[in-house]
Design a protein around this ligand. Structure first.
Ligand code: NDP
Ligand SMILES: N[C@@H](CC=O)C(=O)O
Length: 428
């Protein structure tokens, strides 16, 4: 049997896992697809670098064009990351009729439509399961498993690095910067970890999930994004005390034809299954009109979980090659996005305020909420010994984002409020 030849772009965390699985599961893979799968060339930045896996030196190259233009190669597996250059390599590979598997959410969130259009024109597959939630097959689930339903909400922990950091901060009282360093050492974080901690990685993944889930052309600009760098140990401890966990959540909602997509640190009730998703694990909760509630859980980053999804895509491409049906699975058309306005986006909110410690302050604060038509669910003045008595916590009932912004603006000019310390969306 003629082997299927793969050109691997990148031999870092994920690329190493891909080699391990393709080599370690060779017999099983070949039984599934009817041919051996062979990694015949590997692009790296530095051939002289020490590797965690033995590879024949002759397979390594520093020249991308040698791989993407190699006429013997059937499938390009892109696990090098990056956007502009990588897009060029992938478009060139497609131009030459090669199928593509990628783990690159940055690229797919920004240029997915153009790449998929090119693939369709050339009768090629572009599969990108590993780009969202590492080892969880959520992309296939949204495209195939829910093709019959109308999804109304996708809510998830889609970044392993930040979930690892928040979990360690919550369970061990660890310092943010120490845990970020650990996540980098474990291979979870992006080359530039700012995109993890500032929510951009999660926003890119939510762009992909909401495009597929709502079958709409969602772009990264449509995702309102806030990361975890402002989350404090104090917020986490208050949340715990009140029965919540602080998680970086991606939340995409649809009502009628209007959608909203956001990423932000959120307080979620400890009784919600997402609240107990800890460490590098990810989870995606999907609500469909017909199916109701579903949830998908697994490792969201790291060598072997991510490589599992990459190699599963490779198997799918090769099966399609055998059937002669490559390039046929892409969605034919997408809805034009209609975004909800801030008046239409509603949730509960948590506010931590530093206020003047005198009579009448609470009444003034309550008046602001009342003026802005925001109803208060509860007010607490924490009495824990090491917490200042001039702090108050307010949890609202559902309120629009616009109304809450008005409340916060009013507080800026109210002398009774010395500082708005924290504001969180509340779920569950
Ligand atoms: N790490 C994870 O858990 C996950 C990662 N991803 C995505 O997978 C992709 C790869 O991530 P990861 O494995 O962590 O990245 P790494 O940084 O560990 O590896 C990148 C690899 O690509 C090579 N490379 C990078 N740039 C170039 C270039 N310009 N020319 C040639 N070779 C290059 C590097 O070469 P060299 O080894 O010589 O430096 C290295 O082998 C990214 O898109 C990432 O977002 C997706 C899900 C999870
Ligand atoms: N940096 C990402 C890696 C996987 O996509 C994460 O932490 O989730």
């Amino acid at each position: 049997m003629k082997p299927i030849k793969v050109g691997l772009l990148g031999l870092g965390t994920v690329g190493t896992g891909v080699v391990r699985i393709v080599e370690g599961h060779q017999e099983d893979l070949s039984n599934q697809v009817g041919s051996p799968i062979m990694i015949s060339q590997i692009l790296v930045k530095d051939r002289a670098k020490g590797r965690n896996i033995p590879v024949e030196g002759s397979k390594l190259t520093e020249d991308p064009w040698e791989v993407v233009r190699n006429p013997d190669i059937d499938v390009i597996v892109e696990v090098m990351g990056g956007i502009a250059q990588t897009k060029e390599y992938i478009l060139e590979a497609l131009e030459r009729g090669k199928h593509v598997v990628t783990a690159n959410k940055d690229l797919m969130a920004l240029h997915g439509p153009e790449i998929l259009e090119k693939a369709r024109a050339k009768g090629c597959d572009v599969l990108y399961e590993a780009s969202v939630a590492g080892g969880i097959p959520i992309i296939r689930t949204l495209i195939e498993g829910f093709s019959s339903d109308r999804i109304t909400k996708i809510m998830g922990i889609v970044n392993g690095t930040t979930n690892y950091i928040l979990t360690k901060m919550s369970q061990e009282g660890a310092a943010y910067s120490d845990v970020l360093k650990e996540a980098q050492e474990l291979g979870y974080a992006e080359a530039d970890p700012t995109s993890d901690v500032e929510g951009l990685d999660a926003a890119r993944k939510m762009t992909i999930l909401s495009t597929l889930g709502f079958r709409s052309n969602v772009s990264l600009d449509n995702v309102s994004t806030k990361g975890i760098s402002s989350v404090t140990q104090e917020d986490i401890q208050y949340a715990k005390h009140l029965g919540y966990a602080v998680k970086l959540l991606g939340i995409a909602e649809r009502q009628d034809d209007y959608i909203s997509v956001s990423v932000q640190p959120t307080m979620i009730k400890q009784s919600h299954p997402i609240a107990s998703v800890n460490g590098v694990f990810n989870a995606v909760y999907v609500h469909g009109e017909a199916v109701g509630e579903t949830m998908f859980y697994g490792a969201g980053a790291g060598e072997m979980p991510t490589a599992t999804s990459v190699v599963a895509d490779l198997v799918a491409v090769v099966k399609n090659m055998k059937l002669g049906v490559n390039g046929r699975q892409a969605q034919l058309s997408y809805n034009v996005v209609k975004l909800k306005t801030d008046e239409q986006i509603a949730s509960k909110f948590f506010l931590l305020l530093h206020v003047e410690d005198r009579a009448g302050v609470l009444a003034q604060i309550a008046q602001v909420f009342s003026n802005r038509d925001v109803s208060i669910e509860s007010v607490m003045q924490p009495s824990t010994p090491n917490m200042s008595s001039t702090e108050i916590i307010i949890i609202t009932h559902d309120a629009s984002k616009a109304a809450m912004n008005n409340v916060l603006n009013d507080f800026e000019s109210l002398s009774a409020v010395r500082k708005i310390k924290s504001v969180y969306r509340v779920e569950g």
